[in-house]
Structures are given as C-alpha cells and as structure tokens.
Ligand binder design. Structure first.
Ligand code: NOJ
Length: 519
C-alpha cells in the first residue's frame, strides 16, 4: 500500500467507508481519432489530424499516424466485448465529425458513418452499457480549418448544425452528451505551442478567439438540444475541460494560484456555471491591463455581448472534467523565460508554472501524477459554482511497452478514486461517476503509440489489433463488482477476476463478427 493510499485510507475509514454510493457510475473511454482508424473508409472526409499526420509525419513519435490505430472502425465489437467483460456501466466514445459529415457541413451526410455509430450504440445498450457521446474530440474537418477553424466566429453555427445532425440520429438512444473535449487544450495548449494538427503558433489572439467561439459553440449545441430534442428524448449535456489543479508555490502565492485557476479553467467554466456569467472578472482585468500595456486599444480577450452572456449562462446539466494532474505556480522572476500557458507559465499573469516536487510520473511527462489534486479540484468546482453533480470524464495512467502486469496503473486508479471518495464524504461534493482513460491503448497524439493508457493492451503488429486485458482491467472490474475500494488482491490477481469463464465464453460468442459481416 502506498503512503498516499494508506493515509487517505485511514481518513476514509474514519470518515465513513471505502464504498461508492449506488448511483455512482463506473465507465471507461476512448476518442475517435485515437482508436478508429478507417481514416478514409466508406465516404469519410478528411480531418485536420488526417492531413497533419500525412503532411508532417516527422512531428509525431515513430512517424505514427491514426490511419489504422486500434482499427475500432472494424473491430468495435471487440471494444464492446472488453467493456462488457469489465461490466462497465458506461462507455464514453466520440464521433469523428467528417465521418458523419464529410466536409463538416450538414448538407451532406455519410450513411456508412451514421451506421457505424448507430451499431456501436445498439451493441452497448444490448450489453446494458450506457453510451456517453462526445461530439467533438479534435477532428476538425479540413475545410473548416482552412476557413480559420475555431478562430472564425462562423464555426459557432457550423458546430450547432453538426450537433443537430448527431442528436437527430442518436438522441433516441444516447442520454448523456458532451459537446467539446478539452476546449482549453485545443485553444490554449495547441495555439501556444504550435504543435498538434493546426500547426499554428499564435499566442496573442488565437487562444482567446478560440476560447470565445468554443464557449458559444457549446452553448449553441446545448440550446439546440434543450429546445428541439430534450422534450422528446430527455438527456443531460455538458462540456469536458482539462481540469488542471494549480497549487501556490508558497502560501503568499495563493491569490496568484487562484488567478491561474480562473485563467486555466474559469475561462471555460465561468461563462456557463457562474451566476453572473461571462469571463471570470479577475482574468478580464489582467487581460485588459496587459493588452493596453502592449499598446492594443482593447483587450485581447474578446468581449461577450450581454446577449451572449445570457445565452451561455446555465448551459450544462452537470459538471464534466478530465482530471489528471497538478502544477505549481509562482510569480515570474527577472531572467525567467516567458512561459507558455498552461505548461510553463503565462506572460499575461507574469507567472511561472512547474511540477509539484512530490509528483511521480508515468510515461507522459506533462501529466505529473498527484492524486490529492483530484480532490482539491473537485472541491474548488463546488465552492465556485455550487452543487452541480460532477462526472470525471477522464483520468488515467501512462505507461510504455506492453506491460500486462500494470500494477502502477492499478495504484493510480486506486489513489485517484480514493481522493474522489474523500471529496464526496468529507467535502460533500456530489459525484456522478468516474471514467478510466482509456478502455484500450490508443494513438496518443504527438506521442504516437509509445505512450499507452489502455486497460486493454493492443497488439499493433497484429492485423486485427488484438485486445488483451491488463491487470488494471481486472482490478477495475473488481472495484465495479464490489462497488468499493476494499478489494482483495486475490480478486484481480487471479487471471479472470470477477468474469467467470462461462460469462466470458458467452460474451465471446456474442461478439464474434457474423460470417457475412457487412461492415
Ligand atoms: C486528454 C485527452 O482528451 C485525450 O485525448 C488524451 O489521450 C489524454 N488526455 C491523455 O493525454
């Protein structure tokens, strides 16, 4: 038992228990470009990721592409099988925009793409697994990028039209939705670093224009759902930002840390969840001052109109967050390099970011492992925005190599779930559930296939991209079966954990592809 786990364990046994309430849901997730492959199959149009990996293969580790990835476009039954074996309560996946709408625009629909997601949804439901659907996990259709992508205000309407198509097709069966995955990663990290698919490095305007348009696009998709689909189909909808917890370097830096949190997460939450709406006032002030100092005539953080503020307010039914990590903030000193938000610092905040000293690491250096940050982040959300139920939409550990005996991932899940229990029982945070990232190994963006997050390993040398359960999948299925962190090692260290061999054969039979497979 790790020290962190042990101390949290003591706090919890005193506080109440290691059990999860009956309405707490356990699931796992993937994202379309990272697992699907079939990049140009059956009428699919190109996304910026397809174009990027083909034009600049050298940018990505091992010259990897998502052309085939885990081949979920053909092997999706294996994914359902993996989810069913763990008895997941939900599976979060995303829709690849140009697979359904080849140019991105809603005037042309690709029937094969429509059928692909429809079959996946039906198979999940048949297994008693709830589909949670993300509408955008980074595959912008190239035509839209060429028109300016997320910096063009017209994308608000384009995204709304796309969302309407998706609801029309699937809202009869999908009851939990996410509009945008990690809007802050797309706007702040991608444009500030200039790597990732747009390959545009522009820190002055692009992050903030993108931020504004993503908030309005989200709100548009929410309003369409609320007005045109919810009355008939019911359902919940939210947005999933990257919730980086920011610690002050010293107690004197608490005000700066709070400004950092507003800059990182507040810009993507305040317009939706706060009572007054709009940008977080502290960030609005700093951005205006900094822009004027630079000789601009107005803030580089573009203003919202009163109408837009009202339009965005309250456009979420629950609070979704991807939570992996914690950084530390301190005021920049003379001689410090200008930082890059949200990895090394911020010129606007005159702040430097670095990793917590006591963090540990998997393979992904930018995601220091720091479980306590999970609880702090969840409690901050409650304190800022009130009692929205929180769904952790991603959390996971990165490893490399095959590592079927991934005990570090087991510890990771245990330690983070423990902090979630503390948030629930000690800080009275309402929690809907937890999503382990990721169900299977996947294309980890710039890191290609070297960095792995899967509960299931994928053999990328096998033509069928065989899926093999890791120890962590057995551990997770024990937690799900027990609905508790009080799980005996014997449960998951036995090769098949809670899945009896009869069950396994039953599931295997059900999901072997039909002989005359149409797909
Ligand atoms: C968040 C992203 O949503 C996902 O695509 C990525 O694989 C994980 N973080 C891990 O880096």
């Amino acid at each position: 038992m790790s020290v962190t786990f042990f101390s949290a364990f003591l706090q919890l046994t005193w506080a109440s228990s290691l059990s999860f309430p009956s309405d707490f849901k356990f699931g796992s997730a993937t994202a379309s470009y990272q697992v699907e492959g079939g990049w140009d199959a059956d009428g699919k149009g190109p996304s910026i990721w397809d174009r990027y990996v083909h034009e600049f293969p050298g940018d990505i580790k091992g010259n990897a592409t998502g052309d085939v990835a885990g081949d979920s476009y053909h092997q999706w039954r294996e994914d359902v099988k993996a989810a069913a074996k763990m008895k997941l309560q939900f599976y979060r996946f995303s829709i690849n925009w140009p697979r359904v709408l080849p140019t991105g625009f809603a005037n042309e629909i690709n029937p094969a793409g429509v059928k692909y997601y429809s079959d996946l949804i039906d198979a999940l439901l048949a297994e008693g697994i709830e589909p949670i659907v993300t509408i955008f996990h980074w595959e912008l259709p190239v035509k839209m990028q060429d028109l300016g992508g997320w910096t063009n205000p017209l994308i608000v309407k384009w995204f709304g039209d796309y969302a309407r198509v998706v609801y029309t097709l699937y809202a009869d069966r999908v009851k939990t939705w996410l509009t945008l995955n990690e809007p802050n990663t797309v706007c702040d990290y991608f444009y500030n670093s200039g790597v990732f698919a747009t390959r545009i490095k522009e820190s002055d305007f692009a992050p903030f224009l993108c931020n504004k348009h993503m908030m309005l696009a989200h709100a548009t998709a929410y309003r369409i759902f609320d007005k045109e689909f919810r009355p008939k189909y019911k359902g919940k909808i939210s947005i999933a930002p990257h919730a980086l917890w920011i610690e002050p370097a010293t107690p004197e830096d608490e005000a700066l840390a709070e400004l950092g949190r507003q800059h990182q997460l507040g810009r993507y939450s305040h317009p939706i969840y706060s009572k007054e709406g709009g940008w977080p006032p502290s960030v609005e002030k700093v951005m205006l001052e900094h822009s004027l100092q630079q000789g601009h005539t107005e803030s580089r953080l573009p203003a919202f109109t009163e109408q837009e503020i009202e339009f965005m307010k309250g456009t979420a039914d629950y609070y979704a967050m991807n939570q992996y990590t914690t950084y530390v903030i301190r005021p920049s000193k003379a001689g410090d390099e200008a930082g890059m938000w949200f990895l090394t610092g911020s010129p606007e905040l005159q702040a430097t970011l670095y990793h917590p000293e006591k963090a540990t690491y998997g393979t992904a250096y930018i995601l220091p492992v720091y479980p306590e940050g999970m609880r702090k982040m969840m409690s901050w959300v409650k304190q800022q925005y009130g009692d929205y139920p929180i769904l952790i939409t991603e959390n996971g550990f990165s490893s490399t190599g095959s590592q079927l005996d991934d005990h570090q991932r087991v510890d990771y899940i245990k330690n983070y779930l423990e902090q979630i229990l503390l948030a629930m029982y000690k800080d009275k945070v309402k929690v809907m559930g937890y999503t382990a990232w990721s169900l299977i190994d996947s294309f980890e963006w710039m890191d290609g296939y070297e960095t792995k997050f899967g509960l299931y390993e994928i053999d990328y040398n096998h033509p069928n991209r065989t899926r093999t359960p890791r120890l962590s999948s057995f551990y997770y299925s024990c937690v799900i079966a027990e609905r508790s962190l009080d799980v005996a090692e014997s449960c998951y260290k036995k090769d098949s954990s809670k899945v009896s061999s009869d069950d396994k054969n039953e599931i295997d039979k059900k999901y072997s592809p039909p002989v005359n497979d149409e797909l």
